[in-house]
Design a protein around this ligand. Structure first.
Ligand code: ATP
Length: 199
C-alpha cells in the first residue's frame, strides 16, 4: 500500500502548479475537488443522500446534478453548507482510500484545498502545504479567474484555515514565491517521501 500524502494550500497558493511537478515524477494524484464533483453527479449512494437532504429537484430528470439549484439551496446558509459537506467529504475520503489502495507507486498525493478543515488529515500519513503571501495569491487568482473579484477571493480566503496554521500542522511546506526555487523544493520532498515509503 502506498504512503498517503496530502497536498494542500489556500486558494491561489499554487497547489495545482505543484501537483503538475509531482505528476512529472510519475506520482499518482487524486484531485479531490474534481472527484467530489464527479461523485455528486454519479455516485448513487451519495446522490440518494443529497436528494433526501435537499430535495429531488437538485437533480435533473436525466439524473445529472442541477448545480444552480443546489447552489441556490445552500447559498449563504452555513448550516446547509455544513450539511452538504458532511455528505460529500466522507464519500470523497472513502473514494480516495479505494483509489489509493489500487495504486502501485511508493506514495500518492491527494490534492485538496481543504484538508485540515475537513479532518481529512486523519487518513493521511503526511501533509504538504503550499504557502504563498496573501497579496500574491489574490493577484494570481484575479489574473486567472475572470469571474472573480477581490471581495469574492477574500471571502474564500476567510473560509480557509490561515496559512500559518496550515504550515505548523504540515510535515512539509513548499514556499511558492520564486519560480526558480519551486522544482528544487519538490525534488527534496520527493526524495524524503521515497525514503519514508521504503522503511
Ligand atoms: P485554487 O485553490 O484556486 O485551485 P491553486 O492553489 O491550485 O488554486 P494554482 O492554480 O496552481 O493555485 O495557481 C494559481 C495561479 O497562479 C495559476 O494561474 C498559476 O499559473 C499561477 N502560479 C502559480 N504558481 C506560480 C508561480 N510560482 N509563479 C507564477 N505564477 C504562478
Amino acid at each position: 500500500k502506498p504512503l498517503l500524502v496530502g497536498l494542500t494550500g489556500g486558494i491561489g497558493s499554487g497547489k495545482s502548479t505543484v501537483a503538475k511537478v509531482f505528476q512529472i515524477l510519475n506520482i499518482p494524484i487524486y484531485f479531490a475537488d474534481d472527484r467530489a464533483k464527479w461523485l455528486m453527479a454519479k455516485d448513487e449512494g451519495l446522490k440518494h443522500k443529497i436528494k433526501s437532504e435537499f430535495g429531488e429537484a437538485v437533480y435533473n430528470e436525466d439524473g445529472s446534478l442541477n448545480r444552480k439549484h443546489l447552489a441556490a439551496e445552500v447559498f449563504a446558509d452555513d448550516q446547509k453548507i455544513k450539511a452538504l459537506n458532511n455528505l460529500v467529504h466522507p464519500a470523497v475520503r472513502e473514494d480516495f482510500s479505494i483509489w489509493a489502495s489500487s495504486q502501485s507507486a511508493p506514495y500518492v498525493l491527494k490534492e485538496a484545498a481543504l484538508i485540515f478543515e475537513t479532518g481529512g488529515d486523519k487518513d493521511l500519513d503526511k501533509v504538504i502545504n503550499v504557502s504563498s503571501p496573501l497579496k500574491v495569491r489574490v493577484s494570481r487568482i484575479l489574473m486567472r479567474d475572470a469571474h472573480r473579484d477581490e471581495n469574492q477571493v477574500n471571502d474564500i480566503i476567510d473560509m480557509q484555515l490561515p496559512d500559518e496554521e496550515k504550515n505548523s500542522k504540515s510535515d512539509f511546506v513548499i514556499k511558492n514565491t520564486d519560480n526558480k526555487l519551486l522544482i528544487p523544493q519538490v525534488l527534496q520532498i520527493h526524495q524524503k517521501l521515497l525514503l519514508e515509503a521504503s522503511v
